[in-house]
Write a protein that binds this ligand. Structure first.
Ligand code: 4AD
Ligand code: MG
Length: 477
């Protein structure tokens, strides 16, 4: 007799063969029908118990949330909703669950409530589906890069550099915060800290990935990154996973081509490998949409949206062209934007990005050639001396999903930039070395993994696509 996962069991032809399965009770109806799930699939296996053959005390322990081991015969199901079911011959309770206190009862729970039960929420259909899609998407990402000549590179998590220069870092220190060693002028003396210098959790593996791209040619990172930005939005986490490919000899166009092909490829992988879960999430989203006013409802279903992105070319335009469109747009003229677009050079807010993607183009958009002064120091300066070879990919419902650029490969230009920004050249000595020895044009980008999972699953809040979200004032679990 084979012990099987439920996804496998559901594919068997029923021949009254002996089967054995483990799982958690979703529901127990009429003292007779157990819907059992083990996480391998959205679908439950129905297990039918003849209560006359079982001890009453044992049956009392079968409640929603209990963990069971069941043996029985696989038979064709008489009931609707399933093709096979198990006629239970043997039943063992691994652990019961008290109906009075078990939080995940078979009814609709709010996302907010489930966030407070993050250790149990994966037992709901929605979270199990999202997490299976998340897992498949991770695999698809490795699959894509490994099949396209990239090497997986592990960038350090503790670092001394601030790649993005935004100063939004979590300090890593073993000094006693109550009594740190001080320098003569009264500042904390980090020379006495664990690493002998100030260190932080990384905000991006890019700088280190550049070093590796300049030896291995094409690399990618896929790891956790940390940002201490106080953004309480549905698209920001303090700890999120980022995918950062970096390619020697790629210019910005090659970079955009790769990013577009990559996103389409991994999304089409999940569409073909997660049909059940995506259909479930699509239905969930439709139900949620019904509660919204007509004007706010999405015109496309989840799978339509995914197919639309996979099948259509992303629109590419410069920052300057985007500003022109935004300036002339209705919401700008009617003062509907919180941040009105007045002049060239202002940073785009998510309301602007979403206008371009959702209202104007109705399609994913790649914006490139941004003003130098709103972008990071490492981006390649254009001939005009004011814009850099940056690109952002904007997605419907998400806003920015990718940020990338062609990197400044010219030593003198990079040194001037670093000086102008007041960054200490000594801190970046090794990064500058990459421009001294065998420099070449190169490019890369960063994709926020959770934002991609949000897009693939239709989940509205980024906190619901990562197992244990880290956000301001919240690091329970
Ligand atoms: O645009 P960002 O800041 O770019 C970089 O970090 C570059 N070093 C990447 C590179 O060129 N190698 O971040 C990249 C992406 C964003 O487009 C967004 O999708 C995601 O990371 N991201 C976040 N996701 C969740 N929570 C946050 N707080 C995020 N900040 C950025
Ligand atoms: Mg960005």
């Amino acid at each position: 007799m084979a012990l099987m996962r439920i996804n496998e069991l559901l594919r068997q032809a029923p021949k009254e063969q002996q089967v054995e399965v483990n799982g958690w009770v979703k529901t127990f109806r009429s003292n007779r029908f157990i819907a059992l799930n083990d996480g391998s699939t959205l679908h439950n296996i129905q297990c039918v118990v003849d209560f006359e053959n079982f001890d009453e005390g044992l049956l009392k322990q079968i409640a929603t949330g209990a963990a069971l081991r069941i043996k029985g015969l696989l038979v064709a199901s008489q009931g609707r909703g399933q093709t096979v079911e198990i006629q239970v011959t043997d039943l063992m309770v691994h652990g019961t669950a008290d109906a009075e206190t078990y939080p995940i009862q078979p009814k609709k729970h709010s996302m907010e409530f489930l966030r407070e039960q993050a250790h149990l929420r994966v037992r709901t259909n929605t979270f199990a589906a999202v997490m299976r899609v998340r897992s498949t998407l991770s695999f698809a990402i490795h699959h894509y890069f490994q099949n396209n000549g990239f090497y997986y590179m592990h960038a350090p998590i503790i670092t001394g550099s601030d790649a993005e220069g935004a100063g939004e870092m979590f300090r890593v220190s073993t000094l006693d915060p109550k009594d740190p060693p001080l320098t003569e002028d009264g500042k904390v003396n980090y020379k006495e800290d664990f690493f002998g210098k100030e260190t932080n959790l990384t905000v991006s593996g890019q700088l280190e990935a550049e070093a590796y791209a300049m030896g291995l040619g094409k690399v990618y990172t896929f790891g956790p990154t940390f940002r201490a930005e106080n953004s309480n939005t549905s698209r920001h986490l303090a700890e999120f996973w980022m995918i950062e490919p970096e390619m020697a000899f790629f210019d910005l166009n090659d970079n955009m081509d790769l990013a577009e092909d990559f996103i389409k490829s991994v999304l089409s992988y999940v569409v073909s490998h997660c049909q059940d879960d995506l259909q479930f999430l699509e239905k969930r989203l439709l139900d949620e949409e019904k509660t919204k006013p007509q004007a706010e409802r999405s015109e496309m279903s989840l799978l339509d949206k995914l197919r639309f992105v996979i099948d259509n070319k992303f629109i590419r335009l410069t920052y300057t062209e985007a500003i022109d469109i935004l300036k002339k747009s209705k919401p700008n003229k009617k003062k509907k934007f919180k941040y009105p677009i007045e002049e060239w050079g202002t940073d785009l807010q998510s309301e602007h990005e979403r206008y371009l993607v959702e209202k104007h183009f109705k399609c994913p958009v790649i914006l490139f050639d941004y003003p130098a002064k709103i972008k990071a120091f490492y981006m390649r300066l254009n001939e005009d001396g004011t814009t850099v070879r940056a690109m952002d990919i904007l997605f419907p419902g998400i806003g920015e999903i990718v940020g990338g650029s062609q990197r400044e490969e010219r030593l003198d230009v990079l040194q001037d930039k670093i000086k102008a920004l007041g960054i200490d050249e000594k801190e970046l000595w090794w990064y500058l070395d990459l421009r001294k020895y065998g420099t070449a044009i190169h490019s890369g980008f960063g994709l926020g993994f959770e934002r991609l999972v949000q897009f693939a699953t239709g989940m509205g809040n980024i906190r619901d696509v990562i197992p244990f979200p880290r956000t301001p004032q919240n690091a329970e679990f």
